[in-house]
Design a protein. Sequence first.
Length: 368
Amino acid sequence: MSSTSDVDQTSIPAQWGGEPRFHYPLPMPQISHVPMDVAASVQAWKESYGFPELSPEPHYSIPGTVLAWCLGRFSTPETSKAVLHGIGCLMEWALVIDDEVLDHAEARSRTSEIIRLVAQITHVLESPGYRVPKNESPLIASVHDAMEQLRAECTPTQVARLTTGVRHILTSGVHKLHLDEPNEDEYLALRIHDVGGSTYSALIGLCGPASIPDEEWNAPAVQALIQCTALIGGVENDVFSYRKEKAEGQTSPNTVSVLQAARGITFDQAVGAATEIRDRMMLLFLRLRERLMPSASTPLQYLIERLGQFIIVNTEATLCARRYNPSAPQRIALEDVVKTPACWAPSLSTTDTSPLPYPSISWWWDHC
């Protein structure tokens, strides 16, 4: 698929606000390690399937730096490098699927092709004995390879949680192709899974000391925390990526555009509304975290703590990744984001702890 380059740039609002952006109310943890060796190996793997890294620039010359930083936020120095490699491969594959298939400017004109591809990928994800045909699409062969790496290192339960999460990403991406002018509730429910939802929680779980027991993983309060964390990241990403999406001609919905259409408000007002939604979910995240942490098993405590780091790394990656900041002067060094006040809002935009008025997520507040 080719990129769309003839979009009227004058119709795209200037990126809102500049710094500061979103508030993180917990202490900012320093990263314990940055597995650059694993990231370099993942980049070689990616290129072997024909998915090359963007050309490096003098100010940002090492491909895979953002990936290494994300892997460091998810893991500890004791985490198996084989597990990290498999996670890294799957994360890089997911970015390719997102950019080149599900969110591509031409996606809506190729829905039949995409649905067939998604159906095949879903089958491959859930077929540990799958035999990849010769000359198979790199999108199929690479995800099979990544999953086989993780199957060799992780428990069947951990792999099943991961495949479920990836299936949610794929099916949500297809749903977006058929969802014209969604209301706020419809869009937010979709965004939970489209942004990675339980996938990233499953990946974090692979890095922990042991598999999270089923009774904890499936508990409503834990699922509320997982989904809430995912949607916080999704709303933040929508605000950050709005200009990128429109400049590339993407037609899929975005929190900002959905709020504009649903409420008849301006771009800046929609960004303010999105920020309030995000901040009310952050207040819920804190309450759920406080409720769950004292009685959680060690593996669940690991997940809860790293979900906070997931929120942080979402901002770090957004400010530093080439996909959102193509010009090197726009980017800040990863190690500087946490300690730079201008990267973060000084406070939340609201103190409202009542449930958000969306049936798809209001049940989260029942468990804090």
